[in-house]
Design a protein around this ligand. Structure first.
Ligand code: ATP
Length: 740
């Protein structure tokens, strides 16, 4: 329900002007040029009209009060339409009153307001559509435009019809759905582009991950093999080391014992030197025997000399006493000669034993001595002297004999001690042989044990090398396969286990190389892959969701299309029904109807090859427009163009009324639609106005008294010298005065 119109600064309405619409039909009357049409335009303006032409302007400035010599121009034009919303003709707005307002400024900018709140034009349009107030203005029939619907292009006419049928709501919904669908399709394309974009990266990452998995498989293999290898090797080294240490310990013990025993022998050998002592004793005994023997033999010679001297002395003493004169006998002389010659011969030659020389000299001395004794000594003195010599020699001989006897005893004693020494030496030699055998045995076992110790040391060094190598292996395996390679229990080693080790070691080395080549693990790559696949999955879901919503939207659009088609077909049928009736009333017979245009007849200004599709001789191109087919009583009229001005007005009025019957708009503004009617038709028009007013509020701008007579409220518009339109309520009589 229209409640009122508030106009400020719009066109000739310089001052705030209120029009109250409490009646079903309101007539606006007044002289030409007073500003009546400006009221209809104020409605258009407030409802969001975008065409300046339909508001008789070029620029938006033309809509603003331009001032006169008495009244200053305005900077702002605004019009508000206030609706009664108690019946919720605007279902979305929970207010008793709804005002739709538009203002325009000199800079050309517009403002739209719903109940004083700034909104977009679109919000206004949607709001109006929801109350069946369309923008095509079929409910505002401007002056001179009564037959606009007749002149309109079939497609335009269709738009008017659709508007009248309230299809705008569906159209809006459809457009909304289409916009959403397009957006969704854009999103789909975007997501697909993203997927295409990341696909190679995912493939790359997947390959990397596969590589990593292979590497990890190899690492696991390495760890498994390493566990066996390391545990066996460890056990082997430990067992072998223990055994070697034990053997070495035992050998060392034996070595220590043997060494100690040998040392004891050596000590005895160096401190005692029994053998040497005994040999020395023998040698000493032998020397004693030799010394005493040679002493005795020298003594024997001394005795011989003394005895020889004694014999001579005795002989001389006897001869001295018997013979006073010396007579050298030939015998004595030759004896002397013989001795000298004999002894000389003995000492002749270069090498003569000293003993022989000595013996020779002694013999010579004895011979010379004897000769001297016999011939040289004086008798008496000589005799006494000789006797004394015998005596002396006699004593000497006794002394020597005593000594010889002593020496004989000493030799005997020396010989017996030599014997004893020899016997002792012999006995000693016997015990020495035993010991030697023992020492040899000890030395042998010492050497053997030394060998053992050296061998075991060697073995231990060997094991140490194995242990070092094992350490290196452990470090390498740790680096390549991680701690998993060390998770094994200590092993009891079966000896045959070790044999397989060499083989394992080879495999281990091969695996190590392969693991190294495989390039190790990459948690970051894996993470990246997971992220990427998650993102891909997310995009897939997104795509699914989008596809689903696109499907939903497409379905909604199809449903809306169906709804539109159905509503349109039903509406068209209803409109045609009323159109025919009104037409018959207006023309007192005949008929008229709206028909869907034949495509062949359509100008192909919107032709697009894509949609050019022949179907049963008709081109499917957009929606078919609406043609009007009329059948005047008693006349044969082919074309609308052939109708008279009055006939055209009647036809268009019949159509407008028919259209508003199907889906009555809340209000209908008719600006001098009745201008071309004669009296009889004016009455029929008046009847229809009354009829229409039952369904829609009517605002008629008219000079027709018949029309005025049907209105409940009459407004007179006047314009003074100041050019400002003024509004006043008038009585029918006052109004009729300005009527034709
Ligand atoms: P008719 O009965 O002849 O159709 P009308 O009552 O419908 O006349 P309108 O056409 O509504 O009269 O009024 C036109 C008047 O409005 C003119 O006098 C014009 O000068 C005035 N007018 C239009 N725009 C403006 C404006 N921007 N500022 C001031 N006056 C304006």
């Amino acid at each position: 329900m229209l409640k009122r119109l508030e106009i400020v600064g719009f066109k000739s309405f310089a001052r705030k002007t209120l029009l109250d619409f409490s009646s079903a039909a309101t007539a606006i009357v007044g002289p030409n040029g007073s500003g009546k049409s400006n009221v209809a335009e104020a409605f258009r303006f407030a409802l969001g009209e975008q065409s300046m032409k339909s508001m008789r302007g070029k620029r938006s400035e033309d809509l603003i009060w331009s001032g006169s010599h008495t009244t200053q121009r305005s900077n702002r034009a605004s019009v508000a339409i206030v609706f009664d919303n108690r019946k919720r003709i605007f279902p979305k707005l929970d207010f008793e009153e709804v005002s739709v307002e538009r203002a325009v400024f000199r800079d050309g900018s517009s403002e739209y307001l719903i109940n004083g709140t700034k909104v977009r034009l679109r919000d206004i349009q949607e709001l109006l559509a929801s109350a069946n107030i369309g923008e095509t203005g079929h409910h505002i029939i401007s002056q001179g435009e009564a037959d606009r619907i007749l002149l309109a292009h079939p497609r335009e006419r269709r738009a008017m019809l659709e508007d009248a049928l309230g299809l705008k709501v569906f159209e809006f919904k459809k457009q909304e759905a289409q916009r959403k669908l397009e957006k969704t399709q854009d999103n789909v394309r975007e997501v697909e582009a993203l997927r295409r974009e990341i696909a190679p990266h995912i493939r790359f990452l997947q390959k990397q991950v596969e590589k990593i998995e292979r590497a990890e498989e190899l690492m696991r293999e390495l760890a498994t093999l390493a566990r066996t290898y390391l545990s066996v090797e460890e056990a082997y080294i430990a067992t072998e080391r223990a055994a070697a240490n034990e053997r070495r310990g035992a050998a060392n013990e034996r070595l220590t014992t043997a060494s100690a025993e040998l040392a004891a022998f050596d000590e005895r050998a160096t401190t005692d030197s029994e053998g040497m002592k005994r040999a020395e004793a023998i040698r000493q005994a032998e020397r004693e025997v030799d010394r005493i023997t040679s002493e005795r033999s020298a003594l024997g010679r001394e005795i011989g000399r003394v005895e020889g001297g004694l014999h001579e002395a005795k002989k001389r003493s006897a001869s001295v006493a018997r013979e006073p004169y010396v007579k050298v006998t030939r015998e004595d002389l030759s004896t002397l000669r013989e001795v000298v010659e004999e002894q000389s011969k003995i000492v002749e030659g270069e090498t003569v034993e000293p003993g022989a020389v000595r013996a020779a000299l002694l013999a010579l001395r004895a011979a010379v001595g004897a000769f001297f004794e016999r011939y040289a000594a004086p008798n008496d003195d000589f005799l006494a002297e000789e006797e004394h010599t015998v005596f002396k020699l006699e004593n000497e001989r006794v002394e020597l004999m005593k000594k010889d006897e002593e020496l004989e005893g000493a030799v005997e004693r020396a010989r017996s001690s030599l014997m004893k020494a020899r016997e002792a030496a012999l006995a000693h030699e016997e015990t020495g042989r035993e010991e030697k055998r023992r020492i040899l045995g000890l030395a042998e076992s010492k050497a053997r044990e030394e060998g053992s110790v050296v061998r075991e040391d060697g073995r231990l060094r060997e094991l140490q090398m194995l242990a070092d190598e094992l350490e290196r292996d452990r470090a390498e395996v740790l680096a390549l396969a991680g701690v998993a390679a060390f998770s094994y229990e200590p092993l009891e080693l079966a000896p045959e286990e070790r044999r397989a080790q060499e083989d394992r070691k080879r495999q281990l080395e091969r695996l190590k190389i392969r693991v190294e080549e495989a390039g190790g693990t990459g948690e970051d790559v894996r993470k990246e892959y997971t992220d990427a696949t998650e993102r891909e999955a997310f995009l897939m879901r997104e795509l699914e969701d989008l596809s689903k919503s696109a499907e939903g939207l497409a379905e909604l659009i199809r449903d809306l299309d169906d709804e539109l088609t159905k509503t349109f077909a039903e509406g068209l049928a209803k409109v045609n029904h009323s159109f025919g009736e009104y037409f018959a009333i207006m023309f007192g017979g005949g008929g008229a109807k709206l028909v869907l245009e034949e495509f062949d007849a359509v100008e192909e200004d919107e032709e697009s090859d894509e949609y050019e599709e022949e179907t049963a001789g008709k081109k499917k191109q957009g929606k078919p427009g609406i043609e009007i087919s009329v059948n005047l009583p008693k006349k044969r009229v082919q074309s609308l163009m052939q109708l008279s001005g009055g006939e055209r007005a009647l036809t268009s009025i019949a159509l407008i009324f028919a259209m508003s019957q199907v889906n009555p708009p809340p209000f209908l503004i008719l600006d001098e639609t009745d201008a071309a009617l004669d009296e009889a038709n004016s009455r029929r028009y008046g009847d229809m106005i009354e009829e229409l007013a039952k369904r829609s509020q009517l605002i008629v701008i008219s000079h027709n008294r018949e029309t005025m007579s049907r209105a409940g409220i009459l407004y007179g518009v006047t314009m003074g010298a100041d050019g400002v339109s003024k509004l006043l309520s008038v009585k029918f009589e006052e109004a009729a005065a300005v009527a034709k």
